[in-house]
Design a protein around this ligand. Structure first.
Ligand SMILES: *Cc1c(COP(=O)(O)O)cnc(C)c1O
Length: 407
């Protein structure tokens, strides 16, 4: 009888949380925001005597956290990527390599710089395929790779960098999903020439919109600073190159305004100080879901390598060989029980989920491996508003439905 009741409970249990609900902004950040508003000095260059300003302080703190020599705060992650690419020397018409599996702001940033996205295959571990990358470098003669650490999956960065260094390809890292992650002890974003992060609401820090660029290259960062719209006030940046670097760059570089303001920076600084504990909280949730979906026939989890310290703010798995109709049934069955799965195999882009064939401004390409993987790829957010028990319930619902529909 008890067993029967437990079974009944299993089949009807429903999750009632919200997959897009982030945590509230911490009180310290709210207080910091109010302090800035009371001064009226929201523009980053509007400073009282001797004041550094929240935007410049944030840049100093993010540079220190990542170990980068320079940091620049801007309006969005997508703006950061386009600006980094231009500042790295990409010219309109240049081909820029990028992962076949990424999100719209990445090819969008390449197009924004007047460049042309050229997609590279991914592997079943959801990272860029280094063999295909080598082929595509040789056939395209591209000088830039915008490497997307999509959904926090980091490829073998030592092999990638030795390939790109050997071929004179500059690497711009998209770290929208790897803020707080590392590879072999090196923070994600510290392998390539320049790296970009997002502080948009669904990322690892939340200022609504926002972006950060880091690099050790003084000329590149001077160009990025001028592009971001620093007028001639670059000496108010404390994590930027010295004014001698700007001698020509300040006159040769257009102003394409995209500065971060002091209000957003104020909201971000207390969150940055708490990043490590947030990462631990995400990973605890990730591991509960991962364990709940383990050893399940028909479902393949993505193995994480020991070199990779990742941030489990979302989880992915593959349903290899499942026909589209059955995947749609699974999506519907999980949705009916409150679990919001996203499928990268759908023909039409929906919400944040799209695939390379939906970016028709890029030249048409066929990536058979990427297609095969995306057709089987499921994706789920893990906001920190979920408890560990929530995560266990979510995993058990997916597990039930995969078993029920998978046979
Ligand atoms: C969010 C995101 C970005 C940056 O997006 P913004 O919304 O412009 O901050 C870049 N790459 C990926 C993979 C993203 O998910």
């Amino acid at each position: 009888m008890l067993a029967l009741m437990a079974r009944r409970q299993d089949l009807t249990s429903r999750f009632i949380g919200n997959f897009t609900q982030q945590e509230p902004i911490p009180e310290a950040a709210i207080e910091a925001a109010i302090r800035v508003m009371r001064t009226g000095r929201l523009h980053r260059y509007n400073l009282a005597n001797g004041e550094v300003g929240e935007a410049a302080e944030l840049e100093l703190e993010f540079a220190a956290l990542t170990g980068a020599r320079y940091c620049l705060a801007v309006t969005s992650g997508g703006y950061a990527l386009a600006t980094a690419l231009r500042a790295a020397g990409a010219r309109p018409g240049d081909k820029v390599l990028t992962n076949g599996f990424t999100l719209a702001p990445v090819p969008g940033a390449i197009a924004n710089a007047g460049c042309v996205p050229h997609f590279v295959e991914i592997t079943e571990d959801l990272v860029i395929d280094l063999g295909d990358l080598e082929d595509k470098i040789r056939e395209s003669h591209a000088r830039f790779l915008m490497l997307s650490h999509m959904r926090g999956h980091i490829c073998d960065m030592d092999r990638l960098m030795s390939l790109c260094d050997g071929e004179n390809v500059q690497v711009i890292e998209d770290c929208a999903h790897t803020m707080g992650a590392s590879w072999n002890g090196v923070p994600s974003g510290r392998h390539g020439l320049v790296a970009c992060y997002s502080t948009q609401t669904y990322k690892h820090l939340n200022s609504g919109e926002g972006g950060l660029i880091i690099s050790d290259d003084a000329d590149l960062m001077a160009r990025a600073t001028m592009l971001s719209g620093s007028y001639m006030l670059y000496d108010r940046h404390k994590a930027g190159p010295g004014s001698e670097t700007f001698a020509d760059i300040r006159l040769d570089t257009p102003n394409c305004s995209g500065r971060m303001d002091n209000l957003r920076a104020a909201i971000l600084r207390p969150q940055l100080a708490a990043l490590a504990s947030q990462v631990a909280a995400w990973n605890a949730r990730y591991r509960v879901v991962e364990e709940g979906l383990g050893n399940l026939s028909g479902l393949k989890l993505i193995e994480r390598t020991p070199q990779e310290v990742f941030v489990g703010s979302s989880i992915q798995f593959l349903l290899p060989g499942w026909p589209a109709a059955k995947i749609n049934d699974l999506l519907a069955a999980c949705a009916a029980r409150g679990v919001e799965l996203k499928w990268f195999g759908a023909a039409e882009p929906s919400g944040f989920t799209s695939r390379y064939t939906s970016w028709r401004y890029a030249p048409a390409q066929v990536l058979p491996e990427t297609d095969r993987i995306l057709d089987a790829l499921m994706d789920m957010r893990l906001p920190l508003t979920f408890s560990l028990d929530d995560c266990a319930l979510i995993a058990s619902i997916i597990r039930d439905e995969v078993i029920r529909l998978g046979r």
